[in-house]
Design a protein around this ligand. Structure first.
Ligand SMILES: Nc1ncnc2c1ncn2[C@@H]1O[C@H](COP(=O)(O)OP(=O)(O)OP(=O)(O)O)[C@@H](O)[C@H]1O
Ligand SMILES: [Mg+2]
Length: 309
């Protein structure tokens, strides 16, 4: 049964902005051992507010509490203290998960099903009518680039292919909120770029995305806001563009600037007492370089590099 969209009548978001999708208040988790003794303080009291339509990144080194936070939000774990609300419902209410797409850290899919059967199986769990289910599965398989492998059993899939079918499975219920735990794990740079484009596409379609990762470049490319956790503690929270801005440096980019013009620019800057750190050609990223080479190799398969370095 699908719950009505938006916060329920006695909205727990009474104090939060209207477009809040996830809110945590002092949310904390302590893992205990068999005798109830404190083993790990995985999440220290956390206050977060994630808004509709944004891509929010949860960042942190291994063991910093990212997966724990996600599991608390999905109601797969109970908090030790504090509370969380997702899509207007308590995080512990798992019926709200019907409106959420979840890609776990490790995908647990049936190895003997192929991609089509997998999506059909999950579509049935959500009671999606047969025709809609088939069409959605077909679209998703194309979207995640598994068209050629759609009839192969998942046991034959590479890590990256498994990740892709995991994402398709997370989207089968056309969720309002998509939660991705390390979405680019196991993907090659091309796969990473495609995954990032898919995530940006979800945002364009009005979805809210919460993703966690320790791959900083991935997060930088797609996230609007991030939170950085360290040993379960929130260390930073804010807009990516603002966090990365170097407020006391200025960059001017032009193309085809002659040596004469450069000298003039330099003279003007010096007249204004500016210290010039660098006037140089900007470099591309290794990701861009790699993607250009791979794409070129697909268009011109016979060509080889004859580098002498
Ligand atoms: N079921 C569990 N029982 C006991 N401790 C746990 C359990 N799950 C996680 N932990 C501990 O909680 C802490 C946070 O783990 P968590 O999996 O949330 O980290 P993470 O940020 O997702 O790390 P990674 O980047 O490696 O996926 C770690 O110290 C981990 O050992
Ligand atoms: Mg994790």
């Amino acid at each position: 049964m699908i719950s009505p969209a938006g916060p329920s009548a006695q909205s727990p978001f009474a104090t939060a902005p209207q477009d809040t999708v996830i809110e945590t208040r002092n949310l904390a988790k302590v893992y205990r051992d068999f005798w109830g003794r404190e083993k790990v303080r995985a999440l220290k009291p956390l206050d977060l507010n994630i808004r509709k339509g944004e891509i929010f990144g949860l960042l942190g080194p291994n063991g910093s509490g990212k997966t724990t936070t996600i599991k608390l939000l999905l109601g797969l774990l109970f908090p030790t203290s504090g509370e969380a609300f997702v899509l207007g419902e308590k995080a512990s209410d798992v019926t709200k998960n019907e409106r959420i797409g979840y890609l776990p850290e490790e995908t647990y899919l049936y190895r003997f099903l192929n991609a089509e059967e997998t999506l059909d199986f999950y579509g049935k769990l959500f009671n999606i009518p047969t025709q809609v289910r088939r069409e959605r599965a077909k679209e998703l398989i194309v979207q995640v680039g598994l068209e050629k492998a759609r009839k192969r059993q998942l046991k034959e899939y590479s890590k990256g292919m498994t990740r892709r079918v995991g994402l398709a499975q997370a989207l089968i219920n056309d969720p309002e909120l998509v939660v991705l735990d390390e979405p680019t794990t196991g993907l090659d740079p091309l796969g990473c770029r495609e995954m990032k484009d898919l995530i940006l596409d979800l945002k364009r379609r009005g979805k809210t995305v919460l993703m966690c990762s320790h791959l900083l470049a991935d997060v930088q490319d797609v996230c609007d806001r991030i939170a950085i956790l360290h040993q379960g503690e929130l260390k930073e929270l804010g807009r990516v563009d603002e966090l990365l801005k170097l407020a006391d440096a200025t960059e001017i980019r032009t193309s085809h600037l002659s040596d004469e013009a450069k000298a003039e620019v330099r003279a003007v800057l010096e007249r204004h007492g500016a210290r010039i750190d660098r006037i140089d050609h900007p470099t591309t990223t290794l990701e861009e370089l790699f993607l250009n080479i791979v794409r070129d190799a697909e268009v011109r398969p016979g060509r080889r590099a004859c580098g002498d370095q």
